[in-house]
Design a protein around this ligand. Structure first.
Ligand SMILES: N[C@@H](CCC(=O)N[C@@H](CS)C(=O)NCC(=O)O)C(=O)O
Length: 230
């Protein structure tokens, strides 16, 4: 069995989509990051950066359970252990890894900041809003140009696409329009239509909170709970 520690956000959907794509059964362990579950000592043993997703694979190669945090590492692990969605040859493998790293180091953090300053920050700071909206637009442009050369980021559909796709879904919250990026739009619609992607996006649907984030959640994610000494 594989335990998936998650809450319904883009970083979590990367993993639920991959697990649906490879058809691997798993058990969902909700980590309510708006209520502070990510700071519980047992979770920090698995994910010392107090962030989900994380996994524990009880059937890992070598006969001992294997715990992993960081969604990029988890995607690579699932690709390597299933033999799917990352080519085995060196060039093909690094095509995937470079676009996965681009997601982990660029798309995720920058679009996350766009969400923060456009929606959650208590003050509307023009400088920060413009910086991260412009950076989102630049990154969308990088993806759009790449997808003018290939059907998917690394050529064939791979874990790199699974990592980027969930972050493009909230494009309106990042101040972007898909119409401005025709290659990206074609790619987005192709991925969105995959049955495994639809299944992956059902993850913890019943727990999703809609509407503005409440004060308790802001305190946990951006206030004293987040920055307490541990
Ligand atoms: N680089 C990490 C980022 C994960 C991440 O930022 N998770 C957020 C939600 S999307 C989280 O768990 N936040 C809880 C917190 O910051 O306390 C990954 O890709 O796994």
């Amino acid at each position: 069995m594989l335990d998936l520690y998650v809450w319904p956000t883009p970083n979590a959907y990367k993993i639920s989509i991959m697990l649906a794509e490879i058809g691997r059964p798993y058990r969902v362990i909700p980590v309510d990051i708006q209520r502070g579950d990510q700071f519980k000592p047992d979770f920090l043993k698995i994910s010392p950066n107090n962030k989900m997703p994380a996994i524990v694979d009880h059937d890992a190669p070598g006969g001992k359970p294997l715990a992993l945090f960081e969604s990029g590492a988890i995607l690579m692990y699932l690709a390597e252990t299933s033999g799917r969605f990352m080519p085995k040859d060196l060039r093909g493998r690094y095509d995937v890894i470079q676009w996965l790293m681009f997601q982990m180091g660029g798309i995720g953090p920058m679009l996350g900041q766009a969400h923060h300053f456009r929606q959650y920050a208590p003050e509307k700071l023009d400088y920060a809003i413009n910086r991260y909206t412009n950076e989102a637009k630049r990154l969308y442009g990088v993806v759009d140009r790449r997808l003018g050369e290939a059907d998917f980021l690394a050529g064939g559909y791979s874990i790199a696409d699974m990592a980027v796709f969930p972050w493009i879904r909230p494009y309106e919250r990042q101040g972007q329009k898909l119409e401005d990026f025709p290659n990206l739009k074609r790619w987005f619609n192709a991925i969105d239509a995959r049955p495994a992607v639809k299944k992956g996006l059902e993850l913890l649907a019943e727990k999703r909170r809609t509407g503005p984030m409440d004060d308790k959640a802001k305190e946990v994610l951006f206030g004293s709970a987040q920055y307490a000494k541990r």
